[in-house]
Design a protein around this ligand. Structure first.
Ligand SMILES: *Cc1c(COP(=O)(O)O)cnc(C)c1O
Length: 496
C-alpha cells in the first residue's frame, strides 16, 4: 500500500509515511485507496480478540510490516490497559452504547494509538534503513502529550518533546506531563493557546533550515500528532471492534448500520470512523460533537471554514481547537482526491483564516456527518442527568458528545430519519477532569484535584485508575515556559 500527500505528488510507503509524519509539501499522507472489508471478512473477525482485530485492520494499510510481529506489538501495547478489553462497549439503554477508550496508561483515548506508535515508528525506521536518532515533537491540547511521553519514554534511539499551552490544559493533565519519567523526554509550556502551540511546532517541521541543522546533528524529526498516519491507523480498528461487539452480543445483525458520536477537536478520532466507513463498515451517520469552539459545526452546516473567531477555554480542553488539522484529509476525499484544490484551500486557511467548499461537496459531507455543539451549562446538565438516570459518570469531553448525541436523536425523531443504534465514544476517564466532573455531578467546587477524585469515587464507586492516584507523590521534573516563536531554541537545548 502506498500513501500520497493531500497537497501534491509525493508518494511513499506506509513506513515512510509514519517516519516522516508530514509530507514535504506540507500535506498529510493518505492511503492511495481504502482497502475493502466485506461482510464475510467481518464475520471472520467476530471470533478475534481486540489485538487480532487491530492487527487485521492495520496490516491492510501497513503491509510491509510483518503481521505476526505487528500482532505481538499490539498485544504488548494493549496489555498495559486496565481490564481485559482495551475498548469495552457498555450498554446504557436500548439502542445507546458507550465505547470506552480510556482504560490505557494515561486515561484518554490517545493511548489507543500512542501505545502502538513507538513500535510502528521504530520498525518503520528499520524498514526504511534510517540510522539517525529520531526526535518526536508533539503539540498537545493536554492528552496527546502525556500519552506520547508515556508511549515513548526510554525508547531506544528516540527522544521526545511535548509542548502544551501554558494555561490551556487541566491541572491533572499538566501534572501528568510535568512529572513524566524517562531519560529521553522533555516538556515545555508555551505562551498562548493550543493553536499558537500547534502552529509553532508545525513551523519547525516546515523549516528546511531547522531540518538541515538537525540532520547535521544526526537527528530526524517525526511527529506523534494525529496528522501522523501511525496515529490514525490504530483508531480505525476500534470502530470495527465496537461494531463486531454489537453483532456478537446480538444487539444488531451483521450488516445493520450503526451511528457514532465522537467528541471532536483535531478531527482525528472521527476521521478514523470515516475511514472505517470508507472501508465498508456499516456506519450510518457520524455525529461530530464540538464544545463552544464550534468551528466544525459551522463548517459542516455551511461549507465555510472560518477560524477567525473568539477562542474559548472550556472544561473540555482537548477540544479547544480552531484549526482542526485532520480535516484536510476529509477535504481531500470529498474534492474527489484533488490535491491542487486541497492545497489551495489549506493555503487560504493559513493566509486568511478561511476557505469555502462547493455546495455539492458540503452536501457530500452532510451525507455522512451531522454536526452539533454545546454550551458549558448544557454539558454540565447532561452529565448530571445522565448520572442521575443511569448511574454512569462521564468525563467532560464525553459529556459534550452525549449532549450532541441526544440532540441528534431528537432531530432524528422529528425528521423521521432512520432509527439506528448509537455508539457514543467516551474519550477520557472522569477522573482525569475531577474538579469539573465533581461540579457537574454535585454542584460542589473543590480546589484540589485529588480531593475531587476521592469525592467522585465515594459518589460513583467507580474504580480510580492507579496511575492517576500515583501522580500525587511524583516529583515535578519540568517547569520551563517558552514563547511560541522560541520553541526551536528549546529543541536545540534539549538535543545538546
Ligand atoms: C484528543 C481528545 C479529543 C479530541 O479528539 P480529536 O481526535 O482531536 O478530534 C476528545 N476527547 C479527549 C478526551 C481527547 O483527549
Amino acid at each position: 500500500m502506498y500513501f500520497v500527500s493531500t497537497r501534491g505528488n509525493e508518494r511513499v510507503t506506509g513506513a515512510q509515511a509514519i517516519v516522516q509524519g508530514l509530507a514535504k509539501d506540507g500535506g498529510l499522507f493518505v492511503p492511495e485507496f481504502f482497502p475493502a472489508v466485506k461482510q464475510d471478512e467481518l464475520a471472520l473477525m467476530l471470533e478475534m480478540d481486540y489485538p487480532e482485530r487491530a492487527a487485521h485492520i492495520l496490516h491492510k494499510y501497513l503491509d510491509e510490516y510483518d503481521k505476526e510481529e505487528l500482532l505481538s506489538a499490539l498485544k504488548k501495547a494493549y496489555a498495559q490497559f486496565e481490564g481485559n478489553d482495551p475498548a469495552p462497549l457498555v450498554k446504557v439503554e436500548n439502542g445507546m452504547f458507550m465505547l470506552e477508550l480510556f482504560h490505557g496508561p494515561t486515561c484518554a483515548f490517545k493511548d489507543m494509538a500512542l501505545t502502538v506508535l513507538p513500535y510502528l515508528l521504530r520498525k518503520g525506521c528499520d524498514i526504511c534503513g534510517i540510522k539517525e536518532e529520531i526526535l518526536v515533537l508533539v503539540a498537545t491540547s493536554g492528552d496527546t502529550g502525556k500519552a506520547a511521553l508515556e508511549g515513548f519514554k526510554d525508547a531506544a534511539g528516540v527522544k521526545i518533546m511535548a509542548f502544551y499551552p501554558e494555561d490551556g490544559v487541566s491541572k491533572m493533565q499538566k501534572l501528568q506531563m510535568c512529572t513524566q519519567e524517562g531519560d529521553n523526554v522533555n516538556v515545555v509550556a508555551v505562551k498562548g493557546n493550543f493553536d499558537d502551540c500547534q502552529t509553532a511546532v508545525k513551523r519547525i517541521f516546515h523549516s528546511d533550515r531547522c531540518k538541515e541543522e538537525l540532520k547535521e546533528k544526526n537527528v530526524l524529526l517525526s511527529s506523534a500528532n494525529s496528522i501522523n498516519f501511525g496515529r490514525l491507523a490504530p483508531q480505525i480498528a476500534y470502530y470495527f471492534s465496537a461494531y463486531l461487539d454489537l453483532v456478537s452480543s446480538e444487539q444488531i445483525a451483521l450488516g445493520d448500520k450503526v451511528d457514532f458520536t465522537v467528541p471532536t477537536g483535531n478531527f482525528g478520532n472521527i476521521l478514523a470512523a470515516y475511514y472505517a466507513k470508507q472501508m465498508g463498515l456499516p456506519v450510518g451517520t457520524l455525529v461530530c460533537a464540538s464544545n463552544k469552539n464550534n468551528v466544525l459545526t459551522d463548517f459542516i452546516q455551511s461549507g465555510t471554514y472560518d477560524c477567525k473567531r473568539s477562542f474559548y477555554k472550556t472544561m473540555s480542553p482537548s477540544m479547544d481547537i480552531l484549526v482542526s488539522s485532520n480535516l484536510e484529509r476529509l477535504i481531500y476525499e470529498i474534492s474527489g482526491r484533488d490535491a491542487a484544490i486541497t492545497k489551495e484551500r489549506m493555503e487560504k486557511l493559513s493566509s486568511s483564516g478561511r476557505y469555502e467548499i462547493t455546495a455539492a461537496e458540503a452536501q457530500k459531507i452532510r451525507a455522512s456527518f451531522f454536526a452539533g455543539c454545546t454550551s458549558e451549562d448544557d454539558t454540565v446538565e447532561c452529565m448530571y442527568e445522565f448520572f442521575t438516570e443511569y448511574g454512569y459518570p462521564m468525563d467532560t469531553h464525553t459529556g459534550v458528545a452525549m449532549n450532541v448525541a441526544q440532540r441528534y436523536e431528537e432531530k432524528r425523531a422529528e425528521e423521521k430519519w432512520e432509527e439506528r443504534p448509537m455508539v457514543v465514544v467516551s474519550t477520557a476517564s472522569p477522573y482525569k477532569f475531577p474538579q469539573d466532573v465533581l461540579y457537574a455531578l454535585t454542584g460542589n467546587d473543590v480546589k484540589d484535584s485529588f480531593k475531587g477524585i476521592k469525592r467522585i469515587n465515594l459518589l460513583t464507586a467507580m474504580k480510580v485508575p492507579e496511575n492517576l492516584k500515583a501522580l500525587r507523590y511524583k516529583p515535578v521534573r519540568f517547569k520551563q515556559t517558552a514563547h511560541a516563536d522560541k520553541l526551536y531554541q528549546e529543541v536545540l537545548k534539549f538535543i545538546g
